[in-house]
Design a protein around this ligand. Structure first.
Ligand code: CDP
Length: 310
């Protein structure tokens, strides 16, 4: 059977309607493919070494090491007395992780009833400090093991932590004792807010552990997907996490990845499950990313959950 990513070359993306048809055609059929899983783990290990490199650690970033920002040209940070003590010693995760759930923020999660399914995973990753309040629990679950935080959220939602540290620390409590994964060394303006977030948590003996995303890892993952046809200024947070999960987990299921305007019943769907604020148009290439993820779903390398959970 011909499917749309063979019919349409990647640079001419299929329309939302074609994607809906393709996903419906596939239905709930999914077969795990261990060879595919092993192969992808090997590809990601060879390019990006997620086990060793996903976070900035004392081991991979000793004093004096130059960290090149992955989101800017020619900016770097040299690890010094101030920053070195903030790094974890080594990869703190107990590997390999078994069943991982990577939760994107698409509006497709709304009324999906995927909360239980997500919560059953052994390791749950979420993007951009998403709301987990009561009204969403049934659809997105409650547990979290790793959550990303973009420095711009610290700036906008928490006034750069200049006078709202308590509001920040309190709102982090929904993530239990998970890891907060911040790209502190990706864009120059993001470094200070990330360090402030670290101190706000450390000073209040929070249960959360700060992990700074290693810019070298983010850069190599970016190149990996570029070579596979994802052309964006920057990968979406969700694709970074799926790449991390493919490198670290025995099984990966992705929820909330659906950057299209209609759902499987062709009803309008919001960009996020909690709002409808759209990203800058040309910053991410989420539809291209979806094509790649769907390809991996069809080959049994990871499982995509689109629409309702059983
Ligand atoms: O920071 P970013 O704009 O990348 O992400 P977000 O809007 O907070 O959503 C988290 C992730 O979910 C994104 O990075 C995408 O990978 C995924 N997503 C999606 O696939 N479809 C959407 N409509 C929204 C988000």
């Amino acid at each position: 059977v011909l499917c749309w990513f063979y019919v349409f070359p990647v640079y001419r993306l299929p329309r939302d309607k074609d994607i809906v048809e393709e996903v419906l055609r596939q239905g709930d059929v999914w077969h795990k493919n261990q060879t595919g899983i092993d192969w992808y783990r090997k590809l990601l290990t060879d390019c990006c070494d997620p086990r060793r490199m996903f976070a900035v650690t004392k081991e991979n970033s000793p004093m004096g090491k130059v960290l090149w920002y992955d989101g800017e040209f020619y900016h770097s940070h040299t690890v010094n007395n101030e920053t070195y003590p903030l790094f974890v010693q080594d990869n703190p995760l107990h590997l390999p992780l078994k069943k991982c759930a990577v939760v994107g923020n698409s509006g497709i999660l709304r009324h999906s009833k995927c909360g239980k399914d997500i919560d059953q995973a052994d390791f749950i990753m979420r993007c951009n400090l998403p709301p987990l309040s009561k009204e969403y629990v049934e659809d997105v679950g409650t547990r979290t093991h790793l959550v990303t935080a973009n420095p711009s959220i610290i700036e906008k939602r928490f006034q750069n932590l200049l006078w709202s540290r308590k509001a920040f620390v309190d709102s982090m409590k929904v993530y239990g004792s998970s890891y907060i994964y911040m790209p502190a060394f990706s864009m120059k303006p993001g470094t200070d807010p990330s360090l402030r977030a670290y101190y706000a948590l450390a000073d209040t003996s929070s249960n959360l552990t700060m992990l700074f995303a290693n810019p070298e890892f983010l850069a190599t993952v970016g190149k990996f997907w570029k070579a596979r046809g994802v052309h964006a200024k920057r990968l979406s947070t969700g694709l970074f996490l799926v790449s991390l999960a493919l490198g670290l987990c025995e099984e990966v299921t992705a929820y909330g990845f659906w950057p299209f305007s209609v759902d499987l019943d062709e009803q309008p769907v919001s960009h996020h499950y909690y709002d409808n604020i759209l990203p800058y148009k040309w910053f991410h290439a989420m539809p291209e990313e979806f094509v790649q993820l769907w390809h991996l779903h069809k080959s049994g390398t990871l499982r995509m959950r689109v629409g309702h959970c059983p």
